[in-house]
Write a protein that binds this ligand. Structure first.
Ligand code: SF4
Length: 99
């Protein structure tokens, strides 16, 4: 599953420092205060792009559940399956690896 950290998700500290994921507190991508609280702009910035390039180049992989959920939800086949189950009135969490 492709990781989306730094592109579709991020973590923010209490002082506005933004990190691509909870496991990358050594790779900050900016501070929202310095970006005028423009988080989407910050996530399109050079530091975020450099992190994403690093993540792809290094093929970073983890099983951190918060990020795994984002990876699953942004995977079209999985998202379609969850929506279909939900539309049928079934839980998306039925022991099929969604939870
Ligand atoms: S694979 Fe895991 S540790 Fe690596 S960037 Fe993505 S969420 Fe962070």
């Amino acid at each position: 599953m492709p990781c989306r950290a730094g592109a579709r998700e991020a973590v923010m500290g209490e002082e506005g420092d933004v990190f691509p994921c909870e496991l990358m507190f050594n790779r900050g991508i900016g501070n929202v205060r310095e970006w005028g609280y423009d988080l989407p702009g910050l996530m399109r910035g050079d530091a975020a792009r450099q992190f994403i390039a690093w993540r792809r180049r290094e093929r970073c992989v983890c099983t951190h559940e918060c990020n795994t959920r984002t990876m699953l939800l942004l995977r079209p086949a999985t998202l379609a399956r969850i929506l279909l189950r939900t539309a049928r009135g079934k839980s998306a969490c039925a022991g099929e690896g969604f939870c």
